[in-house]
Design a protein around this ligand. Sequence first.
Ligand code: SF4
Ligand code: SF4
Length: 244
Amino acid sequence: MYQRIRKPIVISTAILFHVLLIFHLFFSPVIIVMASNKSIINASFIAFVLMFVLSLFFGRAYCSWFCPGCGIQEILALFIKRKSKNSRALYIKYFIFSIWIGVIIFGYISNGIHKIDLTYGMSDITFERKVILTIGAIVLIVPLTTIFGKFASCKYICWQAPFMIIGTKIRDSINLNGLRIISHSEACNECKECTKICPMNLDVMENAKRGKCNNTECILCGNCIDHCKNRVLRFSFKKQNPAT
Ligand code: SF4
Ligand code: SF4
């Protein structure tokens, strides 16, 4: 049920991202670094702050419902069926994130903030930069996914994912209401359909049976919910620990 809504949305964001340059201004990890060195609050600064704030309420839902990278993954998933492993490579994204966010923070601290320019990065665009911006994401995503399996780039190198993982952890540590998957484990007949369909290769059945569906790699795509005939799994907008 959810996939009929989610997939068209996320594939559309991928297409728009690669067709309309304006999307790069909001999602480019490079333009924000340049902006921080010029004391400018740019469009992607606002987008990344918003992404973090939204993760306090919606966890990693952005990843599977709106991220252009996920849209490309969904297209690739039509051809690549092998799943990527949840190995120690998952930690690479935190390393990339730390360096990237460190450079941005250093830029703003050392240069200050002097102006807001939401179109920064648009005016001085050269043909080469346009090509790099347009194909850059594909060049990163396609080989990684082909070699390591479905959703490999989301799991291993995505610099945006840690924003939302940190936001989700903060939310749960202070026990705020938020979007999550909950399970009604008594109804599970151990068919494993949820585990088979999970694009992030999580052991969903085991998590559902333990009543712990809050894995940091869960992107809240809803595939497991859609495929569970016994309605064990569902979305909920509750606290992690409703008793408190
Ligand atoms: S799909 Fe539903 S019934 Fe089947 S293993 Fe998963 S949670 Fe249990
Ligand atoms: S656990 Fe369910 S919602 Fe989370 S990534 Fe896997 S299939 Fe999607």
